[in-house]
Each structure stands twice: as C-alpha cells, then as structure tokens.
Design a protein. Sequence first.
Length: 202
Amino acid sequence: MTLNHFIEFFNSADHWKTLIAIGSFFISGCSFFFSRKSWSDTYRPIVTVRVATQTSGNIATTLNLIVENFGNRPALNIKLSVDSNKLKSALLKNPDDSDRKAIERCFSDETIIPMLANGQSISNSFGRLNVQYDTSTLAGKLNDHKYRKQSDWKANTRLDITIKYENLEGKSYKDKMPILIATDQCFAGSFWNEPITSSAQL
C-alpha cells in the first residue's frame, strides 16, 4: 500500500468510523478486563493461620493453631503444609508420641478443611510449650529438669506455613505466612498478669 492509499484511507469518513468503532471495542474490552480483575481481587477469600494461647500458667502454655477467613467470600478445600524437616527439628517428643502426632496431623495430606465461611475461624490443639526457666539459679535448673521433657516444642521456633484453598468458582489460591511457636500474649517474652481480687475486696 502506497502513501497515497494511506492518505485516502484516513480521508474516508467510513474508515474513520471503523477505526473509532474498533478503538471503542478495545477500550471496552480493557475496561471489562480490569473491572473483572479488580472485582476478583476484592471479593475473594483470604485465609490466614496463626498460633494462639489456649491457657497459660507458671509451668506451661497450651497452644492452638487457628485458621481464619478474613475475606468476604467462602474458602473451600483449605490445606496446610510445612517443610517436614523444619517441623521435625522444632518438635521435641518422640515420633510415636500422641501429642506429636496430633500436631503433625494439622499438615497431613488427609487433613483438609472443606469450607470456611467469610468471617469464620476454626482451631486445633497445637501442643504445649513449657516455661523457659532461668538455669543460672538452682531453682531454675531443678524446674527446667523437671518440666523440660513435657514440652512439645522448641520455644520461639518460626515455621513457614503454606496455605492452599479455593473460592466458590474453583479458582485456586496459594499463600505462605510465618507462625511463631510462642504465646500470643506478648511479642518480646513478658506481659502483665491480671490483678487477683480477693473475695474480701468485693
């Protein structure tokens, strides 16, 4: 096509209408694509996992593993996984111990949460963490020797958990987030106890 043909093409009103129609269709398609993507990114399940304190005392803290859906749509077929070598390194009890097996089941291939509604959470027992005693004192050494073997975990271990799940349309999601094997009552190892009120003060 020569230069004159190009000039004739752009001078034609019909050709301009065709170009405008094609451009409008392209812009509409892009707008629909980005609107759909924005809707998909906004209206979706967002599943998280964290360690929470069940009970806490002067000897040990019992832990729960909590899975929550913070999104605005239900999540289906939720599966948790973790590096098996790192999990083994973090656990203290023997492989045949029932408490250890209960922890490992949280990440087994057979363990799948079928559905978690938006705003819903579910939990599972996640072992026990003993108080870390100051072994520089005799009392601390005695307590550490007495209670150390009862702990399921090495304290303050970090594990990276992979979460796989789907939305109602079958779209798959995969996220990774860290958990810390510690009480969630503090982040640096200390917190205030609630004051004890005697019956005489009531």
